[in-house]
Design a binder for this molecule. Structure first.
Ligand SMILES: O=C(O)/C=C/C(=O)CC(=O)CC(=O)O
Ligand SMILES: [Ca+2]
Ligand SMILES: [Mg+2]
Length: 420
């Protein structure tokens, strides 16, 4: 029989007992942030569960990792601790286990409606790297920026390309994004134009949260890389295409992407996603031995982006894609990141890159969807080439199982005008 919680969870919920994603929340404004897991329409306060002595397994018994304002301590403990925490929480929340179900005062203290809490960044992010791992995205961007002859750079099929992003401007879903100002490409011999970006874009991405990480000088083997990934979040790598196009030669993206990156509040663990794992695309040419993995895994996660223009009540779907469109796997990305000896640390964030599918309806950013503004989208009659002030971009992600969902909730942000 399927695992069931004593808490009522609607079949359409993203957060059944099979999921139990981790986040960090404040029960009320001004209170101390603490870790929780989402269950149905509630969050279970893990600091309360720990204080009640209910994390009683050999690793987490007496651990203070749930009395922290972020999940970094839990991440550092590694997969054995994560498995123990999941087993403890699934048992505690199950319909057949009385210890929380029948303890009214503990239930009162530990279970809080999601609508009452404020979610904050679940991790302290030391470093953020963003990959470029969808073949369709790489092909489309290359065609737009460099023409159709050789859209994909020759290195692309041999290594997962990435750039170092900016950790300081990563924000939690719901945070407004200020339209960046900057230089754009000059027309002819004129000086570069300066002002609010006129090509502001979203990028549909997911990101991996790094667990224990590695010592400087000691690369992670690709076949052990999964033990360094705690879970995944949704991510929007906001991009100013005009700033980017002018600045990115030859060192890559800088101010065109560092003004804000939004992540969703709930980290869905690889354990919860395991039933949705699928074979990654066949790689041709065969990757070098350090990137050749015994099991090459993707996940079947349906992704969708909606835009809600200012003053409108409804949002409009602009694209539908799937995580399984990635060519380079999460584990190859992580192994490649460390192959030169670079150390990853608990809480580092590894973006997948824009997740575009093969069909025009599955492209992961407006640059591709409107072909750099040559076409426009219709948001139920409202035209869009790039984002306008007041637009809210809402990413959602879900894996649909037999009678239950493993969902990510949403990752949203609204564009507010540049400063005068
Ligand atoms: O192929 C190019 O020259 C440019 C590629 C991009 O602009 C893609 C991009 O924005 C990188 C990213 O996914 O963040
Ligand atoms: Ca990106
Ligand atoms: Mg960004």
């Amino acid at each position: 029989m399927a695992l069931k919680s004593f808490i009522e969870v609607h079949t359409s919920s993203h957060f059944p007992i099979q999921n139990l994603p981790y986040g960090v929340f404040k029960p009320e404004p001004g209170s101390v942030a603490r870790p929780g897991v989402a269950i149905g329409d509630c969050v279970l306060d893990l600091s309360v569960i720990a204080a009640a002595g209910l994390f009683n397994g050999p690793i987490l018994n007496n651990s203070d990792c749930f009395n922290e304002p972020n999940l970094n301590k839990l991440l550092a403990l590694g997969r054995p601790a994560w498995k123990e925490a999941r087993a403890t929480l699934q048992k505690l929340l199950s319909s057949t286990e009385p210890s929380l179900r029948d303890n009214e005062s503990l239930r009162q203290k530990s279970l809080i409606p999601l609508s009452d809490v404020e979610m904050v960044l679940p991790i302290a992010i030391g470093d953020y790297t963003d990959f470029f791992s969808s073949l369709h995205h790489a092909k489309n961007c290359g065609t737009i920026f460099r023409g159709p002859q050789n859209p994909i750079p020759p290195n692309w099929f041999h290594l997962p390309i990435a750039y170092h992003g900016r950790a300081s401007s990563i924000v939690i879903s719901g945070t407004d994004i200020t339209r960046p100002r900057g230089q754009g490409p000059p027309a002819g011999n004129s000086p570069p134009p300066f002002g609010p970006s006129v090509k502001l874009d979203f990028e549909l991405e997911m990101a991996a949260i790094v667990g224990p990480g590695n010592e400087l000088g000691k690369p992670v083997d690709v076949n052990e890389a999964a033990d360094h990934i705690f879970g995944l979040v949704l991510m929007n790598d906001w991009s100013a295409r005009d700033i980017q196009a002018w600045e990115y030669v030859p060192l890559g993206p800088f101010l065109g992407k560092s003004f804000g990156t939004t992540i969703s509040p709930w980290i869905v663990t690889l354990e919860a996603l395991e039933p949705f794992s699928c074979e990654a695309p066949k790689q041709d040419p065969h990757p070098l031995p350090y990137l050749a993995e015994k099991i090459s895994k993707n996940y079947d996660i349906s992704l969708e982006v909606q835009i809600k223009p200012a003053g409108q009540d409804d949002s409009h779907v602009v694209t539908k894609s799937n995580f399984n469109n990635l060519y380079w796997t999460l584990t190859q990305q992580l192994a490649h990141h460390t192959i030169n000896g670079c150390n990853l640390r608990p809480g580092d964030l590894l973006g997948t890159g824009t997740i575009s599918g093969p069909e025009p309806e599955s492209y992961g950013c407006l640059l591709e969807l409107t072909w750099n503004g040559q076409k426009q989208l219709s948001l139920n009659g409202t035209p869009r080439k790039f984002l306008e002030d007041g637009d809210e971009v809402i990413i959602s992600g879900v894996s649909k199982g037999n009678g239950y969902n493993i969902g990510f909730g949403t990752c949203s942000g609204k564009i507010v005008p540049s400063p005068p």
